[in-house]
Ligand binder design. Structure first.
Ligand code: MSS
Length: 366
């Protein structure tokens, strides 16, 4: 139970015992609280905002929320109610913060020290971006990016570029992208971007802009600082610039959730070791589990339904454990043969940590 900070008002409905409140804008899921179904219950899904979310009143009439669409043949606005007539699609995705796993980087990058819980797998429902594009007459010529702008109000007197949450992704990311108004069968709450949010499957969380007010097809990437300099893969000690790779696609990753509490000794005998595995842009194909810190590996079994390539899958390995200490680890490989690596890729801000070693857990069996 988190004794530290209370849940902020806009996320009061979260299951407090399942969450670690780092700050009002950064709320992590506890490693033992994901559940085992493969779908993360909404009241346990992490929350991350780069700036304070808009006022709760934007949820008073969600159907009337407007998104402006530009960089198209017929630029125009759509209300959410209008979008609901253009098409319907559901996609199960891993929503994962670019900085999930930052807490394991030894150089202590600035930013939230997330461990595993800035991630969840949920089902978003909305309209395919392609259907919205068609309704706006198709794309204007020469565009290279899909750029989304968040609905936060920029305080007066501040250069908008420094704070606005606006992200560009390559056009290829449009293929499976949707504008979503529903998550896990419920109206999209403010904390997760209601009334309307773009979902860019396979990409890190920052690219899925919440309370989207503008969807633009653009020749260049957004001039916003969050695009130009933040979320860049730069060497340790070097600030991000447009010359460094943008944090876009997610790589394969897995980790063990249960058992994972070092303070809770596990009863000797049959132990179910379970966790989640995601493949990034391609489905997770196999997962292996180690109980000896990676010296030897055993095939684990997927559990539950396959919700598509952007979802994660629950896995289990049944072990017979005698009293002692064990170091549990997992590693996954996707259908493209991309393997989860042993080591993290060092970078200044601690993005995209998918090292299996960093995510290993020590447990005691008694
Ligand atoms: N959107 C907006 N509008 N704003 C902000 O701030 N953030 C990001 C996304 N989107 C934002 C947005 C991030 S960064 C993330 S992760 C995500 O979101 C989260 O989600 P949720 O729902 O969980 O809260 Mo990192 O990469």
């Amino acid at each position: 139970v988190s004794a530290e900070k209370p849940l902020p008002d806009y996320a009061k409905w979260k299951n407090a015992d399942s969450m670690i409140v780092h700050s009002a804008n950064t709320i992590e899921t506890r490693r033992t609280a994901f559940g085992s179904s493969g779908i993360t219950p909404l009241d346990r899904l992490f929350v991350r905002n780069n700036v304070s979310p808009p006022a709760a009143s934007i949820m008073d009439n969600p159907g009337a929320w407007q998104v402006e669409v530009s960089g198209v043949v017929k630029p125009r606005s759509f209300t959410v109610d209008e979008l609901k007539t253009l098409g319907l699609a559901s996609v199960a995705v891993v929503m994962q913060c670019s900085g999930n796993g930052r807490g394991y980087f030894p150089h202590k990058p600035s930013g939230t020290q997330w461990t595993v819980g800035a991630a969840g797998c949920v089902v978003f429902t909305g309209v395919p971006v392609k259907a919205v594009l068609a309704a706006a007459g198709g794309m204007a010529k020469g565009m290279a990016y899909m750029t989304s702008t968040g609905g936060e109000t920029i305080p007066a007197g501040i250069d908008a570029k420094t704070v606005m949450v606006e992200r560009s992704v390559p056009l290829s990311a449009m293929e499976d992208a949707i504008l979503a108004w529903e998550v896990n069968g419920e109206p999209l709450p403010l904390a997760h971007g209601g009334p309307l949010r773009i979902i860019v499957p396979g990409y890190t969380g920052v690219n899925s802009i919440k309370y989207i007010k503008h969807l633009a097809f653009t020749k260049e990437q957004s001039p916003a600082n969050i695009q130009q300099n933040s979320y860049r893969f730069s060497p340790v000690g070097v600030k991000g610039t447009p010359a460094h790779d943008s944090i876009w696609e997610m790589p394969p990753k897995s980790w063990i959730n249960l058992p994972s509490d070092p303070k809770q000794p596990v009863k000797a005998g049959k132990v179910q070791i379970s966790g989640v595995a995601m493949g990034g842009m391609h489905a997770a194909k196999t997962v292996e589990v180690s109980i000896d810190g990676g010296k030897s590996w055993h095939a684990a079994k997927f559990v539950g339904p396959d919700l598509g390539k952007y979802a994660w899958r629950e896995f289990v390995f049944q072990a017979d454990l005698k009293p002692g200490t064990y170091e549990l680890a997992s590693r996954t490989t996707n259908t493209k043969g991309q393997k989860q690596p042993k080591e993290r890729l060092e970078n200044n801000r601690g993005y995209i940590n998918n090292s299996w070693l960093d995510h290993a857990v020590k447990i005691t069996v008694a």
